[in-house]
Each structure stands twice: as structure tokens, then as C-alpha cells.
Design a protein around this ligand. Sequence first.
Ligand SMILES: Nc1nc2c(ncn2[C@@H]2O[C@H](COP(=O)(O)OP(=O)(O)O)[C@@H](O)[C@H]2O)c(=O)[nH]1
Ligand SMILES: [Mg+2]
Length: 381
Amino acid sequence: MSVQVFIAAHARDGLAQVRRALGDDAVVLATRPHPQGVEILASAYGDLRGADSSSGDSSMAAPDSASATPGSSRILSELARLRELLQNQLAGFAWSQTRRRDPVRVALLQTLFAAGFGSALARTLAARAPRGMAQPAAQRWLRQVLIRNLPVHASNLIQGGRYALAGPTGAGKTTTLAKLAARGVALHGASQVVLVAADTYRIGATAQLSAYASLLGVSLLEVQDTAELAKLLPTLNDTKLVLIDTAGSAPADPRVRDLHVLDTLGVQRIAVISASQQGAAIEQAMCVYSTGSVACILTKLDETPQPGAALDSLIRHRVPLAHVSSGQRVPEDLHVPNAAYLVDRALKGGQLDTPYALQDQDWPLFAGVEAGRSARDNHAA
Ligand SMILES: Nc1nc2c(ncn2[C@@H]2O[C@H](COP(=O)(O)OP(=O)(O)O)[C@@H](O)[C@H]2O)c(=O)[nH]1
Ligand SMILES: [Mg+2]
């Protein structure tokens, strides 16, 4: 976009100059007093359209350095700032207007955002809310929808099979494995449960599992890699429950790929994910560890004031939630998930008065940021 500066003694003269130079449909972008009279910033109409359709924000924010003079780059950055300001103002107006027009839908969005649910799910659910409901009915509808969509599955893990627990470091894999093993022992007897330590990266990792194994009176076998595991598994054909503890790793760690080898050995993977992390970390772990897993176990619910983000991720990824863990005690703190309880906990979490809770005056700004994001998403699509 090319912006030109016109200086004239009077606005009328200045506008005549603008029309002569840029045509009748020239667009005046700004005027301000000047020692010689008035300064007018204007652009040809076609230039504006070109700038708008070329690359969105970037054409404003990053002027072509070859053609930009110091003056024009100052003007362009000023314009970019004005545009952002205007966008936020408009979003604020739009927010107040939507709130007046559709208060129930806005309240649903606020409930979900406050509870830690993400934008994608919140918008989808709010858009699907039946029209004409009063506030309390809409909130009840929302609760029911969340409960219905939470993929909880009464677990039959301990009935038998070969399972490997996989997830980020410190998620609670070893502790959860010990809890499952204890239930397996109660059901089948200690001789029918074998623990396999495949977490050989960390010093002391096997010691932790070994302590649990001797407490439960079950065998603990150790493997260095998947080749050793492949040799070991056929020797355990008569064992009802084989539980494999894997090494934790960051989701971006290339070792995560090794987990897929387990599928070829007839081992079913269970993703162990801590609910107490921020939404982005839960999402990252869910993307990496739930792919190919038969179930998921959410841990550390006792340390999670707002489990909304974890439920959001489960609902979107549709991974069956087999158990929830809510404490360090083995075997007590492992539970069968109850969708209504989890959703109520999440919605209650949204009412907590924390420094992170959005206040009334934050919502228009929040709406502005959201509007900017969806504009960028639409542009990229
Ligand atoms: N508060 C709480 N702590 C847990 C829970 N599950 C595991 N932990 C603790 O989290 C820490 C890491 O657990 P661990 O099983 O070693 O994780 P791993 O690295 O995934 O094997 C230990 O101190 C556990 O006692 C839980 O549900 N709640
Ligand atoms: Mg461990």
C-alpha cells in the first residue's frame, strides 16, 4: 500500500491536491495540524484494496524495506497500531452487542472458558446450544452434554492382558502401575501378575518398581530394550496380567517412537497423563501418547483445581478414560471414572477466585484477542 503525505494551507486545498494526485475515490487516512496548515495522509482506493487482500496484517506490519522511507514506515506502523486498536474496539462492541442479543450463549462460553476448556470446544458447544433456553436450563444442558461426551469406560484392564503404561516423565506411570498390579493380585493372585521394568534410563527407576513388586509379592523382570521384551513376552503366555513400566520422556523426544514397536508385540498401550498441567502440555501429551493407546489414565486429580483442560482434551481426542488417580497412596488412590463427578469438578473449578480468573472488564479484551485469532485462522485457511 502506498500512503502519500499532502501539506496545504487549508483542508479544502489539501483535499483538492489529494484528488488531483490520487483520483476522486482516494481515501483520506488521517489529518493533523501542520506548521503550514494541515497535513493529510491519503492513499489511492486501489492501493488500499490491494494491501487488504495481499497478506492481511503482515502488509501493514512489515513494509517492504526496499521501498519504505523512514517517514512512510513510521506511518505504516502507526496505521498498523490504529488497525489493531480499532479491531479490539470493534470486538469489544461486538462482545457487548452479542451479550445483549444472546446472553445465554455468551454465559455458556464464559462458563467453559473460566473452567479451562479451550476455545475450539467452547465455541462448538455454545453454537449448538438449543435456542430460547433460560440461563439455568442452558447451564444444565451444558453439563449434560459434557457428561455425555466424556469418553469414560468402565475399565477391564485388570481382567487380563499385556499392558504398557506410557506418558511424560513424572506423570505417575510407575505409581499407577503398582495400583493396577495390586488390583490384579486381588483378582487373580500374585502368581498371575508380572511386572516388567522397561524404564532403564533413569537411575533408581527399577528400584521404585522393585519395592512395589516385593510389597505385592509379584515377579519383576527387567528388559533393556524392545528386542529383549520381544523375547520375554512368549515366556509369559500363561500369566494373566503383564504390566510394563516404560521410561518417561518429553513428548518431543524421539524415543517416543519406540513405543509403537510395542503394538507389534501384542502389547496394549495405556496413556498416563497428569491432569495438573497447563492445557497446552496436556494437549501435547495427549497427541503423542494417546495415538494408538487403548485407554488413558488421568493422574494427579487431587492436585488439579481446574481439570477442565484435561476433560477438553479427552473429549476432543476421544480416548477412553479407564481410571483416574487422585493421590499417591498405593493401591487406594485409583478410581473408576465417573463422568458426572469429573464434569462437576471442572465446572466448579471455573468458579474459583484465582488471579487467573477473567474479570468482567477483561472479557471485551479477551473477545478482541479471540476475534484477532479467528481472523488470522480464517485468513490462513
Ligand atoms: N498427588 C499425586 N501424586 C501422584 C499421583 N500419581 C503419582 N504421583 C506422584 O508423582 C510422582 C511421580 O510418580 P511416578 O509414578 O514415579 O511417575 P513416572 O515418572 O511417570 O513413573 C511420585 O511422587 C508419585 O507419588 C497422583 O494421582 N496424585
Ligand atoms: Mg516411573
